[in-house]
Write a protein that binds this ligand. Structure first.
Ligand code: GLY
Length: 556
């Protein structure tokens, strides 16, 4: 972290230091680890842990800091999922956005029934009711140990006094502004962010004032009172539909995580409205059922082809059966049942591509986002993925409140058979209904053995999240990689449609690429994801953050 910012952060935690000094002085720290998407969140999470806070305290403080220092995905105007393993028990805080009460199934269609370009992606109509503040509040009520105001304070300070803008953030903002200028969209992003320049201090006074209300009033500081009034007035002035009543009605939910045995581990992962938990369990289990007895070499032709074949089947099921469980009865158990997956994978061959059109749902009949992983000295873990959907969300900043709104409404299915921005299809299970949560690919996941945390993993990247997560697990378990190798080894993704396209990171062997092309795959080299992973082996923690981003992982 830059000296100025570290100074600010230290100032901001002086209150905690006073409160916790006795504890900090008397406690001999065991190992803890954080793997975070930037240095500010990393340093904040570390300070909170060193001062005696638990993994959930550190996660809450980091989430608010990211709303200031990682505007492309960190947020208070979006949502996410926090998977927690604490005191030997799992919990899943679902703070996914919801459709406003005036939302309806056809709200993104024109009179001819065609999807209106960009309406669910940019501008005032793209946003769901934000869930992040309610999610952090619920996590704190259930699991926090330090005072709420202490956890929000570092973010307040970074917004009020500013933070030093990383050159990668500055150039991303510049590119985004240039790209948006070419589109016919009404957004005010540049008014707020064009002054963020590389290596210069950047202050956000409106955001600081909003964060102060959250610090002082908790959940009510966002969903009621002045902040709610500012949001609702801004919406009605610009033709948006989120109201004060929508904000007041928003509830984060604690759900039972998915848990399933795999390869000697228990995989603790995300239940619906995430599609990712079911998807990674299907992927990992079908891999075990279909891989040759002698195994497959990492990132070889056979390995990539087999996982692409499995991906075709996973994404056909995703489109048909996955949605908000409060609105749609998701057949969770059936989708990961052994006999179903055996039947589902029985048509896979190791050298030939299945015909895309023949892969139907099997039961009956930036992309942005950000992720972090934390393990505290007690062995508790948090795997948290949070999002405003695309980089910088809808591109709309709530004037007077200073935060970016999400464009999560695009994660609903605007019309059956029409792909969203990630190329994902959906049907009835994921159609728009008031107060419903849109389907997500976010997949915060924890691997357990004998109920002890062995791996904490997750990634941003829309539908590619699912591939990043299952491949990270295979990298760690099947190929015994270190955390740094896990996050930096080239990954690939196939999701049924577009037909036979495998997207992959740079760095795949050129012979492998050629061989896959000879099999009739189309290879598309484009990075995805930004992984932050912690692994425990032989009593030691190992943490890694993907080198292409601006993340920072430390074990201490
Ligand atoms: N907005 C990306 C996701 O939730 O899948």
């Amino acid at each position: 972290m830059f000296l100025g910012a570290r100074h600010l952060l230290l100032l901001s935690v002086v209150v905690i230091q006073l409160q916790m000094s006795v504890l900090a002085n008397n406690t001999k720290l065991a190992q803890a680890a954080v793997a975070m998407p930037d240095s500010y969140s990393s340093d904040t999470a570390r300070v909170i842990l060193e001062l005696g806070g638990n993994a959930v305290d550190a996660a809450i403080a980091a989430q608010f800091v990211l709303a200031v220092t990682l505007p492309e995905a960190g947020n208070i105007g979006g949502g996410g999922f926090m998977l927690i393993q604490k005191d030997g028990k799992g919990d899943f805080i679902d703070y996914r956005e919801t459709a406003p009460s005036a939302a309806h199934r056809d709200m993104y269609l024109d009179k001819q029934g065609n999807v209106i370009t960009n309406k669910s992606v940019y501008g005032i109509h793209a946003s769901g009711v934000p869930g992040s503040v309610a999610g952090m509040w619920l996590a704190h009520q259930k699991h926090g140990t330090l005072n709420w105001d202490v956890l929000v304070e570092p973010a307040v300070k970074l917004a009020e006094h500013g933070f030093i803008v990383h050159p990668k953030l500055a150039s991303s903002i510049e590119r985004y502004i240039a790209r948006m200028a070419k589109k016919e969209v009404s957004i005010n992003f540049a008014d707020y962010f064009s002054s963020a320049k590389a290596n210069k201090n950047f202050k956000q006074p409106e955001l600081a004032a909003t964060l102060k209300r959250i610090r002082d009033k908790g959940q009510a500081g966002f969903y009621e009172g002045e902040t709610a009034k500012i949001i609702a007035n801004f919406m009605s002035e610009h033709g948006g539909i989120i109201t004060q009543a929508d904000l007041k009605a928003y509830q984060a939910k604690s759900r039972v995580p998915m848990k399933s045995a795999w390869n000697g581990y228990e995989v603790l992962t995300s239940p619906p409205p995430s599609s990712g938990g079911i998807a990674i369990l299907q992927w990992l289990k079908m891999y075990e059922l279909t891989k040759p007895a002698k195994g497959l070499e990492h990132n070889s032709v056979g390995y990539i082809h087999l996982l692409a074949e499995i991906g075709k089947r996973v994404f056909a099921d995703r489109a048909e059966y996955l949605g908000d469980p409060d609105f749609f009865d998701v057949p969770k158990a059936a989708l990961i049942a052994s006999d179903y997956l055996e039947k589902r994978s029985s048509t896979i061959t190791l050298d030939k591509i299945s015909t895309t059109e023949n892969i139907q749902p099997g039961l009956y009949e930036s992309e942005q986002t950000t992720h972090f992983s934390i393990v505290d000295k007690w062995g508790n873990a948090v795997s948290n993925t949070t999002t405003i959907n695309l980089g910088y969300g809808s591109g709309v900043v709530v004037a007077g409140a200073g935060f970016l709104l999400n464009d999560e409404m695009d994660d609903f299915s605007a019309k059956p058979g029409v792909m969203n921005v990630f190329g994902a299809l959906g049907g009835k299970a994921n159609e728009i209904q008031p107060h419903k949560r849109m389907l997500s690919s976010m997949t915060p996941t924890i691997l357990l053995k004998d109920n002890k945390v062995k791996m904490v993993t997750g990634s941003p990247g829309g539908t590619t999240i699912i591939s990043s997560v299952y491949e990270s697990i295979l990298n760690a378990v099947e190929f015994n990689m270190s955390a740094e190798q896990v996050v930096n080894s080239p990954r690939f993704h196939h999701q049924l449609w577009p037909k036979n396209v495998i997207r992959h990171h740079p760095g795949l062997d050129t012979e492998v690429v050629k061989a896959l092309e000879n099999m009739s795959y189309t290879l598309n080299e484009r990075r995805f994801g930004d992984m932050h992973v912690i692994i425990e082996r032989d009593g030691k923690l190992d943490a890694g953050s993907e080198a292409s981003g601006r993340g920072k992982a430390v074990v201490f």
